[in-house]
Write a protein of this length. Sequence first.
Length: 157
Amino acid sequence: MSWDMLYGSIMEKTGLLEALLSKMDPLVKSTGGLVTAVVLTCTLLLMATASQTLAIVVGGRMYIGEFKKKNLLPQTLSRTLEDSGTIISPLVPWSLCGAYMAGTLGVSTMSYLPFAMFCWLCPVLVIVYGFTGKFFWKTGEKSSQKDYQFSTLMEAS
């Protein structure tokens, strides 16, 4: 088990994730608000911990219950986590991705930021799609073999 996952487990077991989620309650009323909350949470976790793995796993554990309550397919949560936790990582200079990109390109992160349109446009588009309802399918609307069987074992609230 990596240190990231240990830290994430401690956050979950001590109730920190529930406390953070309760602060986001006003924001998660609509699908667009929920998507915005996921993007903001993943971005803040990424910036605070410099670990995209932790941002994705903790963000997913925090919001899986809300996605389930809204009857959204689990793939939409997975895609939203990817559109925020992973895609933004090269834009954070102190993260592994940001340091690697800057070192490989030989320029600072802020130098390539304007040209990394995919990295900053993805989170914006996923938020817009969340508010418009495009590409956010509810269970049964789209054929899917994925469901919430795993999450019911761990009983995410």
